[in-house]
Design a protein around this ligand. Structure first.
Ligand code: CP
Ligand code: NVA
Length: 324
């Protein structure tokens, strides 16, 4: 199995076919095994990777850096306060400069338009490490984690519970509809994904046999599920909406009652992280009802959250190796 993805940017999974997504997952699993048995080859020796980050990050930044190092490449972190970008220099000019010096760009930020402009003007592969709209490398790591747990992806029943119109939900729905995962978004109507995106995913689903459901009913969305997934209720840049989201999403907190509603002892709990599963952080102390998942579920045998975090490395490494 091999696909020629050389030179291609990963801006959203919309631009990747089912076969290309499956190939990236296959490659990621190969890379993980190779690292574990000491046979990993440095295929990107001498390449330079720019990491342009407008928003904060632990997993995505570390995954890019370690994946680059694993491949023999150098990663240079460019935080938004370190460079001229956005203050003195336009996106297009920054893109053209980075394109002359680097071989690939990992971007994290606000507008989807920014990552698209970087790709348009830099002339090198650009990888979206999260925008307000999408988080495609996260979805790849999540699919890899499901593949590892169950041995297959097609026909897996998956429920995303909570803020159904956020970047993670959007990317999971796009990827799931392409690769044949039966996907439900479970949450309040005001946080349903955009109708246009649901319609687009239903089109992709025709080709893969996936089903797409959007529902307010936890019972309907979660029953028979193999995967229950959630994310924080207010994403980066939405800090002013925390209180409003707590009120809307409290009934959708992932707790043991919800896990039982899956009626499947093999069900797994997934989360892209970071998570407010206890009150140890500054924000959680200020908003004690912010927990999108209980500590009991997060720390339970159902939880696969740290497998997902680790798999960020292998999927990002697969994307870099395939596109460079
Ligand atoms: N899941 C994820 O993207 O984590 P970071 O925000 O820490 O990169
Ligand atoms: N939806 C979250 C994901 C964090 C990885 C955010 O955008 O903050």
């Amino acid at each position: 199995m091999a696909f020629d993805l050389k030179g291609k940017s990963l801006l959203t999974l919309k631009n990747f076919s089912k076969e290309e997504i499956n190939y990236l997952l296959y490659l990621a699993i190969q890379l993980k095994n190779a690292k574990k048995n000491g046979s990993l080859k440095k295929k990107l020796d001498g390449k330079n990777i720019a990491l342009l980050f407008e928003k904060t990050s632990t997993r995505t930044r570390c995954a890019f850096v370690t994946a680059a190092y694993n491949e023999g490449a150098h990663a240079e972190f460019l935080g938004k306060n370190d460079i001229q970008f956005g203050k003195k220099e336009s996106v297009a000019d920054t893109a053209r400069v980075l394109g002359r010096m680097f071989d690939g760009i990992g971007f994290r930020g606000f507008k989807q338009e920014t990552v698209e402009t970087l790709a348009k003007y830099s002339g090198i592969p650009v990888w979206n490490g999260l925008t307000d709209l999408y988080h495609p490398t996260q979805a790849l790591a999540d699919f890899m984690t499901i593949q590892e747990k169950f041995g297959f992806l097609k026909g897996v029943k998956f429920a995303f519970v909570g803020d159904g119109r956020n970047n993670v939900a959007n990317s999971l729905m796009i990827g799931a509809s392409k690769i044949g995962i039966d996907f439900s978004v479970v949450g309040p109507k005001s946080l349903f994904p955009q109708n246009e995106l649901v319609a687009e995913c239903k089109e992709y689903a025709i080709g893969s046999g996936a089903s797409i459901m959007v529902t307010e009913s936890i019972e309907e969305g979660v029953k028979g599920c193999k995967v229950i997934y959630t994310d924080i209720w207010a994403s980066m840049g939405e800090e002013d909406k925390i209180q409003e989201r707590i009120e809307l999403l409290k009934p959708y907190q992932v707790n043991m009652d919800m896990i039982k509603m899956a009626e499947n002892d093999n069900v797994i709990f997934m989360h892209c992280l970071p998570s407010f599963h206890n009150l140890e952080t500054e924000i959680a102390k200020k908003y004690p009802d912010i927990c999108e998942v209980t500590d009991e579920v997060f720390e339970s045998r159902y939880s696969r959250v740290f497998d997902e975090a680790e798999n960020r490395v292998w999927t990002i490494q697969a994307v870099m190796e395939a596109t460079l």
